[in-house]
Write a protein that binds this ligand. Structure first.
Ligand SMILES: Nc1ncnc2c1ncn2[C@@H]1O[C@H](COP(=O)(O)OP(=O)(O)OP(=O)(O)O)[C@@H](O)[C@H]1O
Ligand SMILES: [Mg+2]
Length: 238
């Protein structure tokens, strides 16, 4: 199976401390890979390493077989890796439309930006309907949809999502998972971090359990979902 991303022996952290402690992970192309694990286990840190926001202290990051270790966020964006962060990241006072356009700030071909924006607005009606409204006036689920629209502006083959469903009510959560499934059906590779392990593994083809900065278990998502160890540790089974 072709891996779009391969992480090998990643050590990374902030200041003195290591958060990721020799992490290995393969992210297959064109599928959803779901990362689960307890709070503080390094899930967001892992996504930051992938999108170039944090350079690993050691280890290697391969993108389509090429060593991209230590690349800047801009370089990873150029290669086609988009990141939707855990915290709300829209500019609340800026319009929905302008927020979406921010996703294409490195693209100078204005026609191509306009074409993409129109296509995305067709796919996500909320973007078209609320285009003039300040992004901060949208519901949590709607804002997350705009963040996804923004991430799609450069047509990235790889998307990293950090807990996209957190804090959303069930219907909005289902809508976000449906979008992720659609992105994968389009052939994009999705690296998904999910607190909601059951729903994350349900939408994913593969999964990995992160614990204290290493991948403790990985494999087909259905197997992880049925694994007694995962259930005991992370799914809150009785
Ligand atoms: N910018 C930072 N500076 C210092 N420490 C940080 C920073 N970001 C995260 N940490 C610490 O690194 C550890 C791992 O954080 P990380 O955000 O990767 O965990 P996580 O698995 O995403 O957790 P959560 O489920 O709460 O989102 C935590 O102990 C956190 O406090
Ligand atoms: Mg996190």
């Amino acid at each position: 199976m072709d891996a779009v991303l391969e992480l090998r022996g990643i050590v990374a952290g902030y200041g003195q401390g290591d958060i990721l402690r020799g992490l290995d992970l393969d992210v297959p192309a064109g599928q959803i890979t779901c990362i689960i694990g307890p709070n503080g286990s390094g899930k967001s840190t892992l996504l930051r390493v992938v999108s170039g926001l944090l350079a690993p202290r050691s280890g290697r990051v391969l993108f389509s077989g090429q060593d991209v270790t230590g690349s800047s966020p801009r370089a990873m964006l150029d290669r086609g890796v988009a990141h939707v962060p855990q915290e709300r990241s829209l500019f609340p006072a800026m319009s929905v439309w302008d927020n979406m356009l921010m996703g294409a700030f490195i693209e100078h071909d204005r026609d191509s930006v306009a074409r993409r924006a129109a296509a995305i607005a067709e796919r996500f009606p909320i973007v078209a309907r609320r285009r003039h409204d300040p992004a901060g006036s949208l519901s949590g689920g709607e804002q997350k949809t705009v963040e996804i629209a923004r991430a799609l502006m450069l047509d990235p083959p790889v998307l990293c999502f950090d807990e996209p469903s957190v804090g959303l009510e069930p219907r909005a959560r289902r809508a976000i998972f449906e979008i992720l499934a659609e992105l994968s059906r389009d052939g994009r590779s999705v690296l998904l971090v999910e607190q909601n392990a059951r729903s994350g593994l349900a939408v994913a083809a593969n999964g990995a359990v992160l614990d204290a900065g290493v991948v403790r278990l990985s494999g087909p998502a259905a197997e992880l979902r049925d694994s007694p160890e995962v259930a005991r540790l992370y799914l809150g089974a009785a």
